[in-house]
Design a protein around this ligand. Sequence first.
Ligand code: EPU
Length: 430
Amino acid sequence: MSGYIIRGGIPLSGSVTISGAKNAASAIIPATIMTDEPCRIENVPDVADIAVYLNILRRMGAEVRDAGGGAYEIDCSGVTTHTATSDDMRKLRASYYLIGALLSRFGRADVAMPGGCNFGAPRQIDQHIKGLTALGASISIKNGVLTATTDGRLHGASIFIDGIPSVGATANIMLAAVTASGTTIIENAAREPHIVDLVTFLGLMGADIHGAGTDVIRIHGVDKLHGGTHAIIPDQIEAGTYIAAAVGTGGRVEIKNVIPKHLECISGKLREMGASIFESSDTSVIADGSGRFRNIDVTAMPYPGFPTDMQPQAAVLLCLADGTSTVTDNVFATRFQYIDELVKMGASIKVTGRTAIINGVQSLTGAPLKAGDLRACAALVIAGLCARGTTELEGVRYIERGYVDVVGKLRALGADITSVGAPALSDMAI
Ligand code: EPU
């Protein structure tokens, strides 16, 4: 078996330092291609998805230097290609950001269609295409490659994102619009912290963007972007995952290097369950989980709602709550592949439509498990930590795509978790 062996039942204690946000880095790193001046990006998380992205840039001609301490110096002056069609591109969801970034720099992008976690239903990019088309791009898809071209410069437009405010579409449209002529208005824009972080970086590159963090973003196109230095925000979801692990095991953990405001949407629901979560400084919170949880209803929504990326972790805690709880995902309708695994541990859960109905049980028991996506894997790690007995978890390459040194950080909190035969990050970074 290759994966993690977890002996559960130990309350976590101590402190953990949160790394840079994967989903912010996934947008900011491709944005460096939009200038021929050097950029320095700090607080870059050392996770497989980001290592793959940095290698994609290297292969395109960028000079990427690991400056130590999570900082990278990225010089894209040597990038002369608008083509990114390697197999690595298909492994990442966020490879779609190269469409907007390359269109902005070269007026053309030939980019492999994105991959990413499989939630059981196709993950669309129709809103990206709609937005980029409104800016004047002509888009076609053939043999798994999306080609976007322009007759000269993109132009500003009013774009309404249909349905759920898409994080990916909002960011991609912004990337393309910053150097378009005139003004672009994105309505029903995503408000996630990583959207605001991308705008902070684009702003210091010289972009003129207003309204980030609200549902209307206005972009006044500029002729040229320049380089700059930016530190990526702490990862809201990594922090939320450690909060859930702390309270689920009945432990007490200080979560350091966070923006407490970004955690409110998570902490608020966990407090409703009976957990105690409070700010211990401007950049840290303490999560304390002694006692049984109360049953609650959780609905995953775009920010500032409860994040879909925390929905599986919340479901694990609700397995251990009194009474019946529900978890509804209004972002991804079918993000429930982890449920069968929790049932193997003794959980009582039924899924109807986009809602999981959870009847709390006294305890979970360790079992052989297999994870099928990143946050499912995080949830199953938490379940293993909370359970009685031993859990053997396969599929851990998913968690290593998005969490920095999860085994080391958990062991430092007292968890009994060991990685056996799992591929090292360097093996996975292509
Ligand atoms: N959607 C469309 N059309 C589109 C784009 C999205 O219908 O063109 C739908 C999706 O199917 C979904 C909803 O809109 O139902 C929201 O999707 P969104 O575009 O916001 O998600 P994403 O860009 O594919 C990013 C994160 C996800 C995170 C979601 C929601 C990255 C690389 N991925 O995905 O992160 O769950 O936003 O916050 O930033 C993760 O980290 O585990 C992860 C999956």
